[in-house]
Design a protein around this ligand. Structure first.
Ligand SMILES: Nc1ncnc2c1ncn2[C@@H]1O[C@H](COP(=O)(O)OP(=O)(O)OP(=O)(O)O)[C@@H](O)[C@H]1O
Ligand SMILES: [Mg+2]
Length: 438
């Protein structure tokens, strides 16, 4: 049973455990001698230390080491904030570079109580873990310091951040470290500009000696690409030249959960991966709705690397959860198989097939035009989908999440064989490009 954040029950208590690491690492070199300069707290006066670096560059390790050092220096109340509750547990606390490992290296025993989402140091100081998915939980508690991991991937960045800052009011010098891959979300861009922020940066290459050899293959896939500049070099890229979407475009039309309207129609769109070996693409699964004013809303991104049975199950669960009207599948590449897969898990599930020819014009342009017209809104943030949207340039192979989004919006907002009347795409859409065949 997962630690969860939902109060204590017997099952959770049974899951609790005490870290009883022995002092195997007595004599381990101090972090100050191992760390690169960008991983050590900057000099000067700052309230936010923003460590923005490439994948595997040592961000989490730096966050955990700073947290541990603050606790050893006598901090009583510390906040840990991760994109999800699972990330807080699996990465910030129990991960290879997390708090328990960092303490273990220097032979220190921490008490971790998952059900209380709490880590306690031998001197009595404690760190409480939070998920940025649940920003309201950050309302109320008070802290001296905080560590926020992967702020570029938070689902509700504004609320989580502002609630955390309101609570950062104990001690004489409340401060926080934010460690992240540099996604240009509004929060990250804003933090970079703040005079109270100090920025340190690093690249994946600088930490290569500490990464598994297999990681080089992962790195090779991104090398020389624009996404590689973000993911490996740790550059904050605000606009991809020629991209159909920009962060401004998405940010401008973003809405909060509580401002979401009633939906006239909801669909779950799937762009199935072509094969399921390790190198295969992800299966894009996007849940979207439209309101009575013909605006589209992205409600969930459930994409990932799945077997056919897994994606069919996830799509059907999403269908139930959002009380959707249909599952939308693109039929160009083995679409009939995809329909059969859905029906093997749930016979008779309402499936609608869309077909788009891949020649002449990109399928994504009409949908990006709807974003430009402020007619498509994201309910909260979808970092990985938004990465794909903002780095996609016409002519590239379109990525899976983007494709699933395009199928969803095509079904919702491009009716029948023509786009809905309110906008004219100047002949960009041809009849057979968007024909719904199911
Ligand atoms: N200065 C260092 N000396 C030795 N090992 C290090 C150093 N910095 C990081 N590491 C190790 O490198 C590995 C990757 O570090 P870490 O998990 O902190 O990277 P990350 O940037 O958070 O990665 P990701 O992008 O996957 O979140 C870990 O095993 C970590 O302990
Ligand atoms: Mg990390």
């Amino acid at each position: 049973m997962s630690a969860g954040f939902a109060g204590t029950c017997l099952g959770d208590l049974l899951d609790d455990f005490v870290q009883t690491f022995t002092n195997e690492a007595a004599g381990a070199p101090p972090w100050e001698t191992l760390a690169r300069a960008a991983q050590l707290p900057p000099d000067g006066v700052w309230r936010v230390w923003l460590l923005m670096a490439g994948r595997g560059a040592g961000k989490t390790r730096a966050g955990a080491e700073w947290t541990h050092a603050r606790m050893q220096a006598g901090c009583k109340r510390f906040a840990l904030v991760a994109p999800t509750a699972a990330d807080a547990r699996d990465v910030m606390i129990e991960g290879d570079s997390g708090l328990l490992a960092v303490a273990d290296r220097v032979g220190e025993r921490l008490l971790y109580e998952p059900s209380k989402r709490k880590v306690t140091w031998p001197n009595g100081g404690m760190a409480l873990a939070f998920s940025a998915d649940e920003p309201e939980r950050l309302r109320g508690p008070q802290f001296e310091y905080a560590w926020c991991d992967e702020i570029g991937s938070w689902r509700y960045p504004e609320r989580a951040w502002s609630n955390l800052l309101f609570g950062l009011r104990l001690g004489v010098d409340p401060r926080l470290i934010a460690t992240t891959t540099p996604r240009p979300t509004a929060l990250v861009r804003d933090l970079v500009k703040q005079p109270t922020t100090i920025l340190t940066r690093g690249t994946t290459y600088e930490n290569m000696a500490n990464l598994a050899p297999a990681y080089r293959d992962v790195v090779a896939r991104y090398e020389g690409t624009r996404l590689g500049r973000q993911e490996l070099m740790g550059e904050l890229l605000t606009d991809t030249p020629g991209a159909l979407w920009t962060y401004e475009l998405i940010e401008r039309a973003r809405v909060k959960d509580e401002d979401a309207p009633e939906y006239a129609r909801v669909v779950v769109a799937i762009d199935p991966a072509v094969s399921t070996n390790e190198e295969s693409n992800e299966t894009g699964i996007i849940v979207a709705g439209k309101d009575h004013a013909q605006h589209g809303y992205v409600l969930a991104d459930r994409s990932g690397r799945y077997t056919p049975h897994e994606w069919a199950t996830i799509a059907l669960n999403s269908f139930d959860e959002f009380e959707a009207d249909a599952i939308v599948i693109e039929t160009n590449q083995g679409g009939d198989m995809a329909v059969q897969t859905i029906h093997s898990v749930r016979p008779g599930a309402p499936v609608k097939r869309v077909h788009a020819s891949r020649n002449k014009i990109t399928r994504a342009e009409p949908v990006s035009s709807l974003y430009e017209q402020n007619k498509i809104h994201h309910v909260g943030g979808f970092p990985r989908l938004e990465d794909q949207l903002t780095t996609y340039v016409v002519g590239m192979t379109s990525p899976d999440r983007l494709d699933a989004l395009v199928w969803a919006m095509t079904d919702l907002l491009v009716t029948g064989k023509k786009p809905i009347g309110a906008f004219d795409l100047g002949g960009l859409i041809q009849e057979n490009e968007w024909a719904a065949v199911g």
